[in-house]
Design a protein around this ligand. Structure first.
Ligand code: HEC
Length: 178
């Protein structure tokens, strides 16, 4: 896929699925914004079972260090949650949150847009689905489709998550060590 086609696809996906209208001033993440995520600081966040996620060691890549306690991440922040079952990135499950701001997701993880990413055959991360409730229909290791998209807000907008800017990993909450 050419870069132009990839951007067009990302924009088309962004307008589908009953998504909110794009508000001026918000950060609209495009494919290029995720391209280098593997070069961002990575922290291991666990490997036990985590409801509805496939098993495997989990990592978070972040393009911003955690803000001071009580402060939200700035607009433009991207966090990628990768479940790395093997060393082959093509097998990873990739979820992401981007701080879009402008009142986006006001009834859920305030300001955050959710993403499901996949690697293209050339190894470039592309946006497979995005919005308030991205669908995740990839077959994992022949086990069948994963439908985690039944609600990122369910966990990320839980009442106590709101105290931490909707971040669930203690290593990435506002106030965590940088
Ligand atoms: C069953 C609860 C649950 C659901 C549903 C869920 N997550 Fe998470 N998510 C977690 C937990 C717990 C963490 C903390 C890191 C870890 O333990 O792996 C996390 C971490 C993350 C992170 C790293 C930032 C952070 O909060 O720590 C991103 C990005 C993320 N999830 C994206 C998504 C997306 C996108 C969806 C929907 C497609 C989603 N999550 C649905 C439980 C959930």
């Amino acid at each position: 896929m050419t870069r132009r086609a990839a951007i067009a696809l990302a924009l088309a996906l962004g307008c589908g699925g009953g998504d909110d209208p794009i508000e001026p001033g918000g950060f609209i993440a495009l494919t290029d914004d995720f391209r280098d995520f593997r070069a961002w600081p990575r922290r291991a966040v666990g490997e036990g079972e985590l409801g509805e996620h496939p098993e495997g060691p989990r990592y978070v890549y972040a393009n911003q260090a955690p803000p001071p306690a009580g402060e939200p991440y700035p607009v433009g922040t991207i966090l990628v949650h990768a479940i790395e079952q093997t060393d082959d990135p093509m097998t990873w499950e990739l979820f992401a949150m981007a701080k879009r701001g402008s009142g986006y997701n006001a009834a859920g993880a305030v300001g955050w847009e959710f993403f499901h990413l996949e690697f293209s055959v050339r190894g470039v991360p592309v946006i497979a689905s995005r919005g308030l409730n991205p669908t995740v229909l990839r077959t994992y290791a022949g086990v069948g489709p994963i439908t985690q998209g039944s609600g990122c807000n369910r966990c990320h907008a839980a009442p106590d998550a709101a105290l931490h800017d909707s971040i669930l990993s203690p290593l990435h909450r506002p106030g965590a060590a940088r």
